[in-house]
Design a protein around this ligand. Structure first.
Ligand code: PLP
Length: 375
């Protein structure tokens, strides 16, 4: 069975070395030495300041909304993982959907502008598949209407835009360190705040509202434990190799499909972290046919992101979100992880190409002639 993704497990002996430190310190959580070290190393590696570690990427969003005082309604994208919307709803904020851009699949700034109405206090875009949004335009709109911008950057670990971390954009950007993500701590996440005072407010929020031993407001428990931080430190030791391997897998797919498949158009000036390999099919039936062939060969890609979130019923859209619905019905993420063996990848590619060769409407039938990738 070939899954869409496989969690990366760093070298066990290194993990044990970090765990030994937890035993020596006898401190298991509450911003211990390993969490402090991970914060510092991540800030340096990513090129950011005011990074707050939290227990997962969903809490990262919820805490960011709280720390920034987001209430009422927020404009967000229907093309994402459910947590982007459900975190708003959970915080009592009404998600209002604006449609996505047909090229990037990210929230469209122009449609966001049109969707602004009384009660809207924030915009929550997503850097989908790690592809940066039109951050400059969102910045402008936010200034004009006095709105907060929180980027769900769960996919954008390490991505740079014009040589600077994309996480520097917005009042806050949130990361997920879930086991399936490019960089992980088993479960975990982080928030990068633009302003130190927001970061400090969030420090208190994730620790029951405590500030210098006194409860100063309503808080929650969203702390990262030392054992999770240990996994993060190991991952960080190996992250350059992990990204290099992902890049190799990505490039092999890219060359095999030889420009014949549709993919999201990448932001100019942005780097990639090779988190996903999304293929946009010309029709839902072409997707389903290809998926069926892959499943028969025990290969399990994932319809990521499907369905369009506006169909789930916990948000509202004044505008039609036709682009999101159309793309969501036609996009398939194929297996993509750093330890994907070459022969398995060849099998995935040949299964896809031979299924198109046998006739899938709109898919290239000529790829077989070219011969597959050379090992
Ligand atoms: C993974 C993910 C999340 C949620 O992160 P968790 O750490 O699993 O809670 C939120 N948004 C997006 C876009 C994601 O892909």
């Amino acid at each position: 069975m070939i899954p869409v993704t496989k969690s990366y497990l760093p070298e066990k002996s290194n993990y044990i070395r970090y765990i030994e430190r937890c035993y020596q310190n006898n401190q298991l959580t509450n911003n211990g030495p390993l969490a402090q070290e991970l914060k510092e190393r991540l800030e340096k590696y990513l090129g950011v300041r005011n990074l707050l570690l939290v227990a997962n990427g969903t809490l990262a969003l919820q805490v960011a909304y709280r720390a920034l005082g987001v209430t009422g309604k927020a404009i967000t994208t229907p093309f994402s993982f459910p947590a982007t919307s459900s975190s708003l709803k959970w915080e009592g904020i009404e998600p209002i959907y604006a449609d996505i851009d047909a090229d990037s699949l990210n929230l469209c700034p122009q449609k966001t502008r049109v969707a602004i109405e009384p009660g809207v206090t924030a915009i929550v875009p997503v850097h989908v598949y790690g592809n940066p949004c039109d951050v400059e335009v969102f910045d402008q709109i936010a200034n004009e209407y006095n709105l907060k911008v929180i980027y769900d950057a769960a996919h954008a670990f390490g991505v740079k835009l014009n040589n600077k971390s994309v996480l520097q954009w917005g009042d806050a950007a949130t990361l997920s360190f879930h086991a399936t993500k490019v960089f992980h701590t088993v479960e975990g996440g982080a928030i990068i705040f633009k302003k130190k005072e927001d970061y400090e407010r969030a420090c208190s929020i994730i620790n029951f509202g405590y500030d210098n031993g006194e409860v100063v407001g309503v808080g929650i428990n969203a702390k990262m434990s030392e054992f999770h931080a240990a996994m993060g430190l190991c991952m960080l030791d190996e992250i350059d190799m992990v990204l290099q391997k992902r890049k190799e897998v990505y490039n092999r797919y890219y060359e095999a499909f030889d420009g014949h498949i549709e993919m999201p158009v990448w932001k100019i000036g942005a780097t990639r972290n090779y988190a996903y390999f999304p293929v946009i099919f010309p029709s839902k039936s072409a997707l389903l046919k290809t998926q069926e062939h892959l499943n028969e060969a025990e290969i399990f890609p994932r319809r990521y992101f499907y369905p369009s979130l506006d169909t789930l019923g916990y948000g509202r859209s004044e505008q039609e979100t036709l682009i999101s619905r159309s793309k969501a019905s036609r996009v398939l993420c194929i297996p993509m992880y750093p330890t994907l063996p070459l022969d398995v990848q060849e099998q995935i590619i040949s299964t896809m190409i031979s299924s198109w060769d046998a006739g899938v409407e709109g898919m290239p039938a000529e790829l077989k002639e070219k011969g597959l990738i050379e090992g």
